[in-house]
Design a protein around this ligand. Structure first.
Ligand code: FES
Ligand code: FES
Length: 164
Protein backbone atom coordinates (compact mmCIF):
# COMPACT_ATOMS: atom_id res chain seq x y z
CA UNK A 1 0.00 0.00 0.00
CA UNK A 2 1.34 3.44 -0.89
CA UNK A 3 1.62 5.67 2.12
CA UNK A 4 1.92 8.86 0.09
CA UNK A 5 -0.20 11.82 0.93
CA UNK A 6 -1.16 14.99 -0.90
CA UNK A 7 0.63 18.00 0.56
CA UNK A 8 -0.20 21.64 -0.03
CA UNK A 9 2.31 24.36 0.75
CA UNK A 10 2.44 28.04 -0.05
CA UNK A 11 6.10 28.92 -0.48
CA UNK A 12 7.32 32.45 -1.19
CA UNK A 13 3.78 33.35 -2.22
CA UNK A 14 3.35 30.44 -4.65
CA UNK A 15 0.98 27.53 -4.13
CA UNK A 16 2.36 24.03 -4.52
CA UNK A 17 0.69 20.66 -4.33
CA UNK A 18 2.53 17.37 -4.52
CA UNK A 19 2.41 13.89 -3.09
CA UNK A 20 5.05 12.78 -0.63
CA UNK A 21 5.79 10.20 1.98
CA UNK A 22 4.50 11.68 5.23
CA UNK A 23 7.84 10.94 6.91
CA UNK A 24 9.79 12.92 4.34
CA UNK A 25 11.55 15.87 5.98
CA UNK A 26 10.34 19.34 5.04
CA UNK A 27 13.84 20.40 4.02
CA UNK A 28 14.05 17.53 1.54
CA UNK A 29 10.65 18.38 0.07
CA UNK A 30 11.70 22.03 -0.37
CA UNK A 31 14.95 21.08 -2.04
CA UNK A 32 14.01 18.06 -4.06
CA UNK A 33 10.37 18.56 -4.93
CA UNK A 34 10.21 22.33 -5.22
CA UNK A 35 13.81 22.84 -6.30
CA UNK A 36 14.37 25.47 -3.61
CA UNK A 37 17.92 24.48 -2.84
CA UNK A 38 18.80 27.58 -0.80
CA UNK A 39 17.73 25.78 2.37
CA UNK A 40 20.68 23.53 3.10
CA UNK A 41 21.05 20.22 4.85
CA UNK A 42 23.69 19.93 7.53
CA UNK A 43 23.24 18.02 10.75
CA UNK A 44 19.61 16.93 10.16
CA UNK A 45 19.22 16.91 13.93
CA UNK A 46 18.15 20.50 14.64
CA UNK A 47 21.56 21.75 15.76
CA UNK A 48 23.19 23.71 12.95
CA UNK A 49 20.40 25.91 11.54
CA UNK A 50 21.42 25.74 7.85
CA UNK A 51 17.88 24.58 7.02
CA UNK A 52 16.12 27.53 8.74
CA UNK A 53 12.98 28.83 7.03
CA UNK A 54 9.93 30.78 8.18
CA UNK A 55 6.77 28.73 8.64
CA UNK A 56 3.51 30.49 9.51
CA UNK A 57 5.51 33.45 10.80
CA UNK A 58 8.00 31.54 12.94
CA UNK A 59 11.61 30.54 12.39
CA UNK A 60 11.85 26.81 12.18
CA UNK A 61 14.55 24.34 11.27
CA UNK A 62 13.07 22.49 8.35
CA UNK A 63 14.98 19.29 9.15
CA UNK A 64 13.03 18.96 12.37
CA UNK A 65 9.64 18.69 10.72
CA UNK A 66 8.01 16.10 8.52
CA UNK A 67 6.49 17.54 5.37
CA UNK A 68 3.13 16.12 6.49
CA UNK A 69 3.28 18.34 9.58
CA UNK A 70 3.71 21.37 7.34
CA UNK A 71 0.67 20.58 5.17
CA UNK A 72 -1.32 23.76 4.53
CA UNK A 73 1.45 26.03 5.86
CA UNK A 74 2.85 29.25 4.45
CA UNK A 75 6.60 29.35 4.17
CA UNK A 76 9.31 31.75 3.24
CA UNK A 77 12.70 30.43 2.19
CA UNK A 78 15.82 32.38 1.31
CA UNK A 79 14.66 32.41 -2.33
CA UNK A 80 11.81 34.65 -1.20
CA UNK A 81 14.11 37.22 0.40
CA UNK A 82 15.93 38.81 -2.49
CA UNK A 83 17.42 38.13 -5.89
CA UNK A 84 20.97 38.63 -7.18
CA UNK A 85 19.90 41.96 -8.74
CA UNK A 86 17.86 43.03 -5.78
CA UNK A 87 19.41 41.76 -2.57
CA UNK A 88 17.55 41.92 0.72
CA UNK A 89 19.10 44.41 3.18
CA UNK A 90 20.48 41.50 5.20
CA UNK A 91 22.01 39.85 2.15
CA UNK A 92 23.63 43.12 1.16
CA UNK A 93 24.95 43.62 4.71
CA UNK A 94 26.44 40.09 4.80
CA UNK A 95 28.12 40.80 1.48
CA UNK A 96 29.47 44.13 2.56
CA UNK A 97 30.65 43.11 6.04
CA UNK A 98 32.08 39.73 5.05
CA UNK A 99 29.48 37.79 7.03
CA UNK A 100 30.25 34.66 5.06
CA UNK A 101 33.06 32.62 3.71
CA UNK A 102 31.88 29.36 2.13
CA UNK A 103 28.25 30.51 2.37
CA UNK A 104 26.84 27.17 3.47
CA UNK A 105 25.31 28.56 6.66
CA UNK A 106 24.27 31.87 5.07
CA UNK A 107 20.69 31.12 3.91
CA UNK A 108 19.83 29.88 7.39
CA UNK A 109 21.57 32.88 8.97
CA UNK A 110 19.64 35.28 6.74
CA UNK A 111 16.31 33.61 7.49
CA UNK A 112 16.90 33.55 11.23
CA UNK A 113 18.28 37.11 11.28
CA UNK A 114 15.26 38.43 9.37
CA UNK A 115 12.92 36.97 11.96
CA UNK A 116 15.09 38.21 14.81
CA UNK A 117 15.01 41.77 13.44
CA UNK A 118 11.25 41.53 13.07
CA UNK A 119 10.99 40.54 16.74
CA UNK A 120 13.67 42.97 17.98
CA UNK A 121 14.12 45.75 15.42
CA UNK A 122 16.89 47.50 17.34
CA UNK A 123 18.83 44.70 19.04
CA UNK A 124 21.97 44.92 21.14
CA UNK A 125 24.93 42.82 20.05
CA UNK A 126 24.17 40.46 22.91
CA UNK A 127 20.58 40.01 21.70
CA UNK A 128 21.86 39.24 18.22
CA UNK A 129 24.29 36.64 19.57
CA UNK A 130 21.58 35.10 21.72
CA UNK A 131 18.98 35.18 18.94
CA UNK A 132 21.38 33.56 16.47
CA UNK A 133 22.67 30.93 18.89
CA UNK A 134 20.91 28.12 17.02
CA UNK A 135 22.75 28.85 13.77
CA UNK A 136 26.29 27.58 13.46
CA UNK A 137 29.04 28.69 11.11
CA UNK A 138 32.09 26.54 10.57
CA UNK A 139 34.22 29.07 8.80
CA UNK A 140 33.63 32.80 9.10
CA UNK A 141 33.53 33.17 12.84
CA UNK A 142 30.65 35.02 14.38
CA UNK A 143 32.14 38.50 14.62
CA UNK A 144 31.34 39.48 11.04
CA UNK A 145 27.98 37.77 11.09
CA UNK A 146 26.95 39.82 14.12
CA UNK A 147 28.39 42.94 12.50
CA UNK A 148 26.36 42.28 9.34
CA UNK A 149 23.13 41.84 11.28
CA UNK A 150 23.75 44.98 13.35
CA UNK A 151 24.45 46.91 10.12
CA UNK A 152 21.26 45.60 8.52
CA UNK A 153 19.25 46.56 11.62
CA UNK A 154 20.58 50.07 11.48
CA UNK A 155 19.92 50.29 7.74
CA UNK A 156 16.34 49.07 8.18
CA UNK A 157 15.72 51.49 11.05
CA UNK A 158 17.02 54.46 9.04
CA UNK A 159 14.80 53.47 6.12
CA UNK A 160 11.81 53.31 8.48
CA UNK A 161 12.62 56.74 9.93
CA UNK A 162 13.01 58.22 6.47
CA UNK A 163 9.60 56.86 5.50
CA UNK A 164 7.88 58.48 8.49
S1 FES B 1 20.23 20.59 9.01
FE1 FES B 1 18.58 21.39 10.13
S2 FES B 1 19.45 22.13 11.95
FE2 FES B 1 21.11 21.24 10.89
S1 FES C 1 30.34 30.70 5.94
FE1 FES C 1 30.99 28.63 5.85
S2 FES C 1 29.74 27.66 7.33
FE2 FES C 1 29.33 29.75 7.61
Amino acid sequence: MSGKMQIKLKVNGEDHEFSAEPRELLVHALRERLNLTGSHVGCETGHCGVCTVTLNGKSIKSCTMFVAQADGAELTTVEGMGSPDNLHVLQEAFREHHGLQCGYCTPGMIMRAAKLLEEIPNPTEEQVRFGMAGNLCRCTGYQNIVKSIMAAASEMNSAKEAAQ
